[in-house]
Design a binder for this molecule. Structure first.
Ligand SMILES: [Zn+2]
Length: 332
């Protein structure tokens, strides 16, 4: 595809729009990036996603929508970015799942934007109302790396909008969000499809994406990663006629089906590799150490060389696969 020409066409449409001066002004003044050439979808809280590099997405439709809340450590940067865009209230915060880097900041943002409704999968919503168990589980999984996940505070039940997939939110100005149930990374995972721009906010269901290094990396943490569910989800996402993928970790892509297919292959390879090593050695720690040794150089390049984070990510994602293989020994 002639990407440049495609971009030029969008710019022409943009120039004909009535809000050109206002938008140009916004882009010059602030550090908040428009997502590629998608009008009115912004990347906010960029690279303040705690342990993991990543971002939230803000849709500047009639309803003001933040997709993902980041963790509590991202709060200041998100508020700063939204203020730069002139945003004083949010209508919705939609979290793809309740892992703390995606939903941990929601309670803090709610203090700042008290009329916001928090959209979350119904099977995860209780853990946001009473996050004690969730926090305990994240502490257990992350150990000394818990410091990267910040803290989490309860969200009043009346602010929660539980969803299960198939719901549609009309956002005004032609924008809308359709909730797509997407288990695999976690059973309470949903993606959000913005139809006007053909953009799908992926959460963690299709890995991490580093476009500048042209690389994907698996997201398979405990306690509920399930390869077969994840593959089924990826296959369904490819039928959605998408134009853009919005990755929470860490950027976006205008090659949706190519990236989803590539992740299917990489995910299978990752699980096969861990399975292969685990059948050859009894000790889980040995498996983890071997995976770290093999993948550390690659992930170091992607994360620009932070040793502690790299080791933690590899450890966590290997543990998730080992647990899956333990629970479903017949599966690959
Ligand atoms: Zn996650």
């Amino acid at each position: 595809m002639d990407r440049l020409r495609k971009k030029d066409q969008k710019i022409v449409q943009f120039v004909k729009g009535v809000k050109v001066e206002k938008m140009k002004d916004r882009l010059v003044k602030n550090q908040v990036n428009l997502v590629d050439d998608l009008n009115n979808i912004y990347s906010v809280g960029k690279d303040r996603y705690g342990l993991s590099e990543g971002q939230c997405f803000f849709i500047d439709s009639e309803k003001k929508v933040l997709i993902e809340s980041g963790n509590s450590l991202a709060f200041g940067k998100i508020v700063e970015d939204l203020s730069e865009l002139g945003i004083k209230n949010l209508d919705y915060i939609m979290v793809t799942h309740i892992h703390m880097d995606h939903a941990g900041g929601a309670g803090y943002l709610l203090d700042r934007y008290p009329d916001t409704e928090i959209v979350v999968h119904e099977s995860g919503s209780n853990h946001l109302v009473d996050p004690a168990k969730l926090k305990k589980s994240v502490k257990k999984v992350t150990g000394s790396a818990f410091k990267y996940f910040g803290d989490i505070k309860p969200i009043p039940e009346e602010n929660i909008v539980p969803v299960s997939g198939g719901e549609r939110f009309d956002l005004g100005r032609g924008y809308s969000i359709e909730v797509i149930y997407s288990p695999g990374h976690a059973p309470h995972h949903t993606c959000f499809l913005e139809r006007k721009t053909g953009s799908l906010a992926l959460g963690d269901v299709a890995g991490r994406y580093y476009p500048e290094k042209d690389a994907l990396f698996p997201t398979t943490p405990p306690p509920n990663f399930d390869l077969q569910e994840n593959l089924k989800t990826l296959s369904r996402l490819k039928d959605l006629d998408l134009d853009f993928l919005l990755y929470s970790h860490k950027r976006w892509s205008d090659q949706p089906n190519e990236n989803l297919s590539r992740y299917e292959a990489e995910l299978e390879e990752w699980v096969d590799e861990i399975k292969g090593i685990s059948t050859a050695c009894d000790d889980k720690e040995d498996v983890i150490e071997r995976i770290i040794k093999k993948y550390e150089p690659k992930l170091k390049r992607l994360l620009d060389g932070d040793d502690e984070k790299v080791k933690h990510i590899l450890r966590m994602n290997t543990k998730g696969v080992l647990l899956y293989l333990e629970k479903k020994p017949g599966q690959r």
